[in-house]
Design a protein around this ligand. Structure first.
Ligand code: DP6
Length: 321
């Protein structure tokens, strides 16, 4: 039986979106800038379900009962393929799932890539963006490698700002907890949009943060990228905190990692952090400082693990035979 497998990598936002324009179409209310990383990946295999009349999704070998993220993408794609096949979808992540490490972005991007190849659809980027966004608002960014802009003023176009060879920064992902988060990003964003007194200011700051980060990336200016990335991250966490109920994703390990990052910076290392809807700390750094940063964080905090990555590529089909 025909099987198709694709790999896609997670992406981490330096300028984040937190809030949807309309929750039906799952469209972000603002633009974002991200980096796609290399050593973390989702690998998704699809084939026809010949045993039952339903789609079945397995993540890391366990069957999922909630298909609400993947089905909108699948329905979009089956309109194009005109296929009424029921599918078995098997997805594996080589990193913790649902803990703020963008597993849905890489999972959806790998599924969309596998589906397009399986039905030989020759999809353009526009259709792949549409299919991805219906599954996860940040997934379209995983369609592109390196530094990526997703522009909400231009129908969520995704463009590469720089590729890995242009500016080969390192990324260290500090795992502060492997527990599944209690409030999903989707729920959290809805709460913040409805209740945070800072939400309008947060929306208003997006354009400025995007243009500052774009300039810093194009000029490969670590200092200016640090400033806007950390300001944007801390603003988003303030929006979360001031929501009702208050949403707090960081834990004590997160805070001790940030303290060590500040110490390292004070002693001359070039690095900065960002934190998403989970306690993990993502560090972007000059590769010259990677080993010192790893040693310092490992010894100075209670991190469970540190994943070392570089900038990654766009999704690809793999031959598993
Ligand atoms: C904090 O795009 O993962 O990581 O559409 O529900 O899958 P869903 O949400 P998602 O939210 C991302 C939130 C964020 C910021 C970002 O990546 O821009």
């Amino acid at each position: 039986m025909k099987e198709t497998t694709a790999i896609a990598h997670p992406n981490f936002a330096l300028v984040k979106y937190w809030g949807k324009k309309d929750s039906n179409q799952n469209r972000p209310a603002m633009s974002s800038i991200s980096i796609t990383v290399d050593s973390m990946q989702s690998k998704t295999k699809i084939f026809k379900n010949t045993q039952s009349n339903c789609h079945r999704l397995f993540i890391n070998g366990m069957e999922e009962t909630d298909l609400s993220k993947i089905l909108p993408s699948l329905f979009y794609l089956s309109e194009i393929s005109k296929s009424d096949d029921y599918l078995i979808i098997q997805s594996e992540n080589n990193f913790p799932t649902s803990s703020g490490l963008a597993s849905s972005a890489s999972g959806i991007a790998s599924f969309v890539t596998a589906y397009g190849a399986h039905y030989e659809l020759n999809l353009g980027l526009r259709d792949r963006i549409e299919a991805c966004i219906l599954g996860s608002g940040s997934a379209p960014r995983s369609l592109i490698g390196g530094f990526v802009l997703m522009d909400h003023n231009n129908n969520y176009s995704c463009t590469q700002i720089l590729q890995k060879a242009d500016w080969p920064v390192d990324v260290l992902i500090c795992i502060a907890s492997e527990e599944t988060k209690e409030i999903s990003s989707r729920q959290g964003m809805e709460i913040s949009k409805r209740t945070s007194p800072l939400y309008q200011d947060w929306l208003g700051a997006n354009e400025k943060h995007i243009s500052l980060a774009l300039k810093a990336i194009k000029e490969k200016d670590m200092g200016r990228l640090e400033k806007v990335t950390e300001e944007n991250c801390n603003f988003m966490h303030e929006v979360m905190k001031t929501s009702k109920p208050s949403i707090i994703y960081m834990n004590d390990v997160t805070h001790s990692c940030v303290a060590e990052i500040e110490n390292l910076r004070a002693s001359g290392h070039k690095l900065f952090y960002t934190i998403d809807a989970g306690p993990q700390v993502k560090i972007i750094c000059d590769p010259k400082s990677t080993n010192t940063i790893k040693d310092t964080i490992t010894h100075g905090t209670d991190v469970i693990d540190i994943i070392h990555a570089g900038l990654g590529e766009s999704p690809r089909i793999i031959d598993e035979d």
